[in-house]
Design a protein around this ligand. Structure first.
Ligand code: NAD
Ligand code: UDP
Length: 317
């Protein structure tokens, strides 16, 4: 039985492809929209034969007319290397993409969820980060195309809600990892795993005392779908992340241990404006969504290491 027709923008990406799979499994019809900027059709190949799955190659900075019940707006490069490659395009994707998707939601009265980010808190002065904290973002720094683009998208969402009664949800997503992370996107989990399984030096930027809070993609999807399914008065923003905070050096040591790697650790310069600490306060997610991550970092890393080891064996690394 088909429940809903759901549009996933950025549906061929790391998180998007897992989301499409999950929504199909739950009995929905899924339209995956993506311009394949940071992904390939490989991520969605297993779904291509499913008659309830449809792929549209499209750039969300252009309007599109579709008949749908819900939109998950994920289209946006997410890793610093990718979003800094063409910063103006990143801003256009966040801002014009949000305008186009909100306009579509308004026209067909769809519910729409924005994949926002912990980056809206910038290099936070409040710790852990709670939703009422306004953030500490450098508006002209190298991360601003992403951070400010996402902040503007949140503003668009809230204003379409107040002005046009569009049914919105804003999720502030913290560092997510798992299979299908792009091997070349430079994010810390994929970098360290690939370096470790190849016995190459593990590249820690700075002294490695900066922290992040990582959660596994399956946990993240549980939270995201729960948020979409809340009643209309729940609009967020709601933090989705793991309150366990790790130093980057601890992550490196854990990955070396789990892969029995011979890699040495080397230190490279810390990128400009790299946030020093990041940890979500998930009180809201716990009480409103009855959600919290279940998969430990070790358990999630083992699954992710398996994935990258398979890629290496198949010659895709
Ligand atoms: P990803 O790069 O793997 O996926 C993004 C997808 O969007 C890609 O398939 C890309 O081709 C597509 N895309 C980019 N620009 C587009 C455009 N103009 N039109 C259509 N498609 C476009 O990244 P991800 O990690 O899967 O992130 C998905 C979303 O979640 C992003 O919006 C990101 O900001 C957000 N998010 C991710 C994390 C994380 O840790 N992965 C954390 C916070 C927020
Ligand atoms: N990092 C690192 N080595 C790498 C890649 C990243 O030490 O090879 C650090 C990076 O400087 C940052 C943290 O790991 O402090 C997380 O980086 P990532 O790009 O994964 O995500 P973000 O900075 O957007 O949270």
């Amino acid at each position: 039985m088909i429940h809903k027709r759901i549009l996933v923008t950025g549906g061929a990406g790391f998180i998007g492809s897992h989301l499409c799979e999950r929504l199909l499994k739950e009995g929905n019809e899924v339209i995956c929209l993506d311009n394949l900027f940071t992904s390939t059709k490989d991520n969605i190949a297993p779904m291509m034969d499913n008659k309830y799955f449809e792929f549209i190659r499209h750039d969300i900075i252009q309007p599109i007319h579709l008949e749908i019940d819900e939109i998950y707006n994920l289209a946006c490069p997410a890793s610093p290397i990718h979003y800094q490659y063409n910063p103006i395009k990143t801003i256009k994707t966040s801002v014009m993409g949000a305008i186009n998707m909100l306009g579509l939601a308004k026209r067909v009265k769809a519910k729409i969820l924005q994949a926002s980010t912990s980056e809206v808190y910038g290099d936070p002065l409040a710790h852990p980060q709670y939703e009422e904290y306004w953030g500490n973002v450098n508006p002209i720094g190298p991360r601003s195309c992403y951070d400010e683009g996402k902040r503007c998208a949140e503003s668009l969402f809230i204003n379409y809600y107040f002005q046009n009664k569009v049914r919105i949800k804003i999720a502030r997503i913290f560092n997510t990892y798992g299979p299908r992370m792009h091997p070349n996107d430079g994010r810390v989990v994929s970098n360290f795993i690939i370096q470790a399984i190849q016995n190459k030096p593990i590249t820690i930027y700075g002294d490695g005392t900066q922290t992040r809070s990582f959660y596994y993609v399956d946990d993240m999807l549980d939270g995201l779908i729960k948020l979409m399914n809340t009643s209309d008065e729940i609009i967020g923003p709601i933090n989705l992340g793991n309150p366990s905070e790790f130093k980057i050096i601890e992550l490196a040591e854990l990955i070396i241990d789990l892969t029995n790697s011979k890699s040495e650790i080397i230190h490279l310069p810390l990128p400009e404006d790299d946030p020093i600490r990041r940890q979500p306060d998930i009180t809201k997610a716990k009480s409103i969504l009855e959600w919290q991550p279940k998969i430990s970092l070790k358990e999630g890393l083992v699954k992710t290491i398996d994935y990258f080891e398979r890629l290496m064996i198949e010659g895709d690394l």
